[in-house]
Design a protein around this ligand. Structure first.
Ligand SMILES: CC(C)(COP(=O)(O)OP(=O)(O)OC[C@H]1O[C@@H](n2cnc3c(N)ncnc32)[C@H](O)[C@@H]1OP(=O)(O)O)[C@@H](O)C(=O)NCCC(=O)NCCS
Length: 134
């Protein structure tokens, strides 16, 4: 088994009928929701041990849909933290589609910026330093 970078995660989804758009391929908004979840898994690992309550998505940059994805295919996401600031950190996500009779192909990629947050005394989430170096 190949070793993954420290703050990486894998996540997969099967494309079901509910995920399809009017031209018969995977709906882009659904793909972005999965990209966000995949980034969230790398974020979860990155923030392990930090004095935070979690993280929220601040920006999704450079989203590209390279290839259509079809009903019944698996979408395999790989997410990796590539840089970190004071409260923010950046995650690269790649989505490879896997069909029964086709090669694995890069269908979508995006860069996601997340910010670590903590609940204040009034119950609102505020940005806080994650204290992680890179
Ligand atoms: C996340 C949130 C608490 C941050 O508060 P804020 O006052 O906007 O914070 P800032 O503008 O200072 O940005 C915080 C960090 O994000 C970075 N950042 C802000 N906008 C960015 C952008 N468009 N692209 C990249 N990085 C960005 C800042 O550089 C800063 O990084 P640093 O602390 O590592 O130096 C607030 O914006 C928020 O609650 N947004 C809504 C989040 C949400 O609902 N997401 C969807 C559901 S998860």
């Amino acid at each position: 088994m190949t070793e993954m970078p420290a703050y990486s995660a894998k996540y997969s989804q099967l494309v079901m009928p509910d995920h399809i758009n009017v031209v018969g391929t995977l709906f882009g908004g659904q793909m972005i929701a999965w990209v966000d979840l995949a980034a969230g898994k790398a974020a979860f690992r990155f923030l392990r041990g930090a004095d935070v309550d979690g993280s929220v998505t601040r920006a999704i940059e450079k989203v590209e849909f390279k290839e259509p994805v079809y009903l019944g295919e698996w979408v395999n996401f790989t997410s990796t933290v590539i840089s970190a600031g004071k409260t923010s950190f950046t995650i690269e996500v790649q989505a490879h589609a896997e069909g029964r009779k086709t090669e694995l192909r890069l269908a979508c990629f995006a860069t996601v910026v997340m910010v670590s947050v903590k609940k204040d005394t009034e119950g609102n989430y505020q940005k806080v330093p994650h204290g992680k170096s890179f």
